[in-house]
Design a protein around this ligand. Structure first.
Ligand SMILES: [Zn+2]
Length: 475
């Protein structure tokens, strides 16, 4: 166990070294350090498997590239700068061996001319399928995240199985490990093959565009909301609505659980064992829900990008909510009643979700060769495109005195598109013929043989503890 912790400490050290080396390089040459140079600089300098060392460099370079792309698109992002005490350790395909007896051998590489003893972890259930990589992650506990491919009906699924590492699961006492078994199991499913094909197609098209054949611009526009995380339209008349219900119900569940625990904690003596236990439970709920929120946001952005690729969009305009919010808060200051927070704003995703979703969209669209443009969306939700009258929206459908009516979110997206294309809100003449309704499928939290202790319970054991997925659907 200590050795596992040490792995992530060493990885943290490698990360800090990458920061320092890259910083030095930039100071001296004024240029970004290249992948080869960085890899050479850290090679054989740490007591980990060579691939594990290089994986940290990869992650550093990825983070840098991500920040660069985001900055190029005008998002305020910093290049990686934070030092880390611990960092995820990754074992790629040469770095581990899986035995038939449930033992995973994590190679520690060669250090000072000597091959180090591998770390052996006993696991009750090794995933069936081709194991791609193993990561050691910390999330209120140490987990082995095993990524593997599962082939079924010509589909390849990329799955990740997270196994909680218990002290007893490590080599000192493998027998006990068997009895403890798998504790936490989180499975992510994505139809990897199909996505890869769509991406290849998009890249192909992009390459065509680069070689002189310019693709004609095809616009799409997004209106972000809370009930519908994304509502979008495109010029040819296709529409898509991706619900954000799960984000809300998930958050509501967190708030509810959080309050419950906080109430109990208020009765406990601060700093006492019980108080600390409840504190841990609070943290655990937060980290779990945050992971699920980002997972849902990933899926929403993926579903949208798939739709954009299907419809061969070249450019996507997204209503910039920040502008709107700033306006309203300025109004609020001049208004002593301070109550006039626009409904539109309160209906938006939380600032956090909005920012994360936007970032995911930016990366994924960029990867598919589609441009993303942020555009102020003032009054797009209120204005009638036919007669330009403004009114507050109420209900699902926007209806105007002049006879115009439209699904409220499609209406918003259409107005954003019109405003971007024609410089003003007007009737674009686009008839929305087909609207696709999607909801992101949240990652399943499978119940394991033994429920994870202390996750949804706080002191007492509730027998009807709701599963996140189930209750998210139900509420
Ligand atoms: Zn009207």
């Amino acid at each position: 166990m200590d050795r596992l912790f040490a792995c992530n400490r060493v990885s943290g050290e490698i990360w800090n070294n990458c920061l320092a080396i890259a910083g030095e390089h930039h100071k001296e040459t004024g240029k970004w350090i290249s992948k080869t140079e960085l890899q050479r600089a850290i090679k054989r300098k740490f007591p980990l498997h060579s691939q594990s060392i290089q994986a940290v460099a990869h992650k550093y370079l990825e983070a840098r590239e991500g920040a660069r792309q985001a900055q190029a698109k005008g998002y305020p992002t910093r290049y990686p700068y934070k030092k880390k005490m611990n960092f995820v350790t990754k074992w790629a395909k040469d770095g581990f061996q899986v035995g038939t007896d449930g033992k995973i051998e994590l190679s520690m590489g060669v250090w000072k001319g000597k091959r180090q003893k591998p770390i052996v972890v006993s696991v009750k259930e090794i995933p069936q399928g081709k194991i791609k990589e193993i990561e050691l992650v910390w999330d209120n506990g140490l987990y082995l995240a095993i990524s593997y491919e599962k082939e079924e009906d010509n589909k390849v699924e990329e799955l990740t199985k997270r196994l909680k590492c218990w002290k007893s699961q490590i080599e000192e006492n493998p027998k006990l490990a068997r009895e403890e078994g798998v504790v936490a199991l989180i499975i992510k499913t994505e139809d990897a093959l199909e996505r890869a094909r769509a991406r290849a197609l998009a890249r192909e098209e992009k390459a065509k565009g680069d070689s002189g054949q310019v693709r004609p611009v095809k616009l799409g526009a997004i209106d972000m909301g809370e009930i519908h995380a994304i509502a979008a339209v495109e010029e040819a008349g296709e529409g898509i609505i991706i619900t954000g219900r799960q984000l809300r119900s998930n958050k509501r569940l967190r708030n509810k659980k959080y309050k419950e625990i906080a109430k109990k904690q208020a009765r406990a003596k601060k700093g006492s064992r019980r108080w600390k236990k409840l504190q841990r439970a609070k943290r655990k709920i937060n980290s779990k829900i945050d992971a699920q929120q980002t997972d849902i946001l990933h899926k929403i952005s993926r579903q949208f990008v798939d739709w954009a690729e299907e419809n061969r969009l070249t450019t996507v305009v997204v209503g910039d909510v920040e502008g709107v919010q700033r306006n309203t808060s300025a109004k609020n200051k001049s208004n002593p009643k301070k109550k006039r927070r626009s409904r539109k704003v309160s209906q938006k995703l939380s600032q956090w979700s909005f920012g994360v979703l936007l970032t995911y969209l930016a990366y994924k669209l960029a990867y598919a060769g589609i441009e993303l443009i942020k555009f102020p969306e003032e009054y797009t939700s209120q204005t009638c495109p036919v007669c330009n009258r403004r009114k507050k929206v109420s209900g699902r459908v926007y209806r105007c005195h002049c006879g115009y009516s439209q699904h409220r979110d499609i209406h918003g997206a259409l107005n954003i598109l019109a405003k971007y294309k024609h410089g003003k809100i007007c009737d674009t003449g686009i008839k929305i013929g087909n609207t696709k309704y999607l909801r992101p499928i949240a990652m399943a939290v499978e119940s394991s043989r033994r429920p994870e202790p202390g996750l949804w319970e706080s002191g007492h054991r509730h027998s009807s503890v709701p599963q996140i997925v189930g209750s998210a659907k139900g509420s």
